[in-house]
Design a protein around this ligand. Structure first.
Ligand code: GTP
Length: 171
């Protein structure tokens, strides 16, 4: 199998889940923001690291902005889905957004690997990967490779291993 020259990774998740902190980890130091400002309205963040192109956006307020980011689906090879594991209240919203994503025609019929980060594992009330997987019904995803890892985006714990798994699935 030929190696892909360019790998497009989409990073999605609700606001405040930790997307910006995660993608910052993969940026070269000179591209890194020292302070991360919460996304207002809609922004798409895009950069590359060693041939891997990361595109990140916020899914909340998705109804309003969905048409702006859906066109990224066609060219994406892998998805990083970020979940705030301490935000139990919004797990149902996460589940809805995941279902909408999985049903999208540019995603549904392709074997795109999905990496779930159960982020903020350092928070006292963080749910385990197993509990999040059960709450989101991940066992029902049978046509795509998927994996869930706990992460702490503040320290970087879990990030490299998770993304390594994703890139191996794509290559
Ligand atoms: P939007 O820009 O609103 O879409 O949010 P985002 O998903 O990009 O989240 P962001 O990276 O801005 O992180 C939101 C807040 O959570 C920030 O205050 C981060 O410092 C914090 N945060 C991110 N990851 C972690 C983590 O693993 N643990 C803890 N304790 N806090 C985290």
């Amino acid at each position: 199998k030929l190696k892909k020259e360019q790998i497009n990774i989409l990073v999605v998740g609700l606001n405040n889940s930790g997307k910006s902190t995660i993608v910052n980890h993969f940026k070269n130091p000179e591209e890194r923001n020292n302070t991360i400002v919460p996304t207002v309205g809609f922004t798409v963040e895009r950069f590359q690291n060693q041939g891997v192109f990361f595109t990140a956006f916020d899914m909340s307020g998705a109804g309003r902005y969905r048409s702006l980011w859906e066109h990224h689906f066609k060219s994406c090879h892998g998805i990083v889905f970020v979940i705030d594991s301490s935000d139990r209240m919004r797990l149902v919203v996460v589940k809805d957004e995941l279902e909408i994503l999985l049903q999208h025609p540019d995603i549904a019929f392709r074997k795109i690997p999905i990496l779930f980060f159960a982020n903020k594992m350092d928070c006292e009330d963080a749910l385990s990967c197993v509990k999040i997987a059960a709450a989101l019904g991940l066992e029902k995803i049978d046509e795509k490779p998927w994996h869930i890892s706990s992460s702490n985006a503040l320290t970087g714990q879990g990030l490299e291993d998770g993304v390594q798994w994703l890139i191996e699935q794509v290559r």
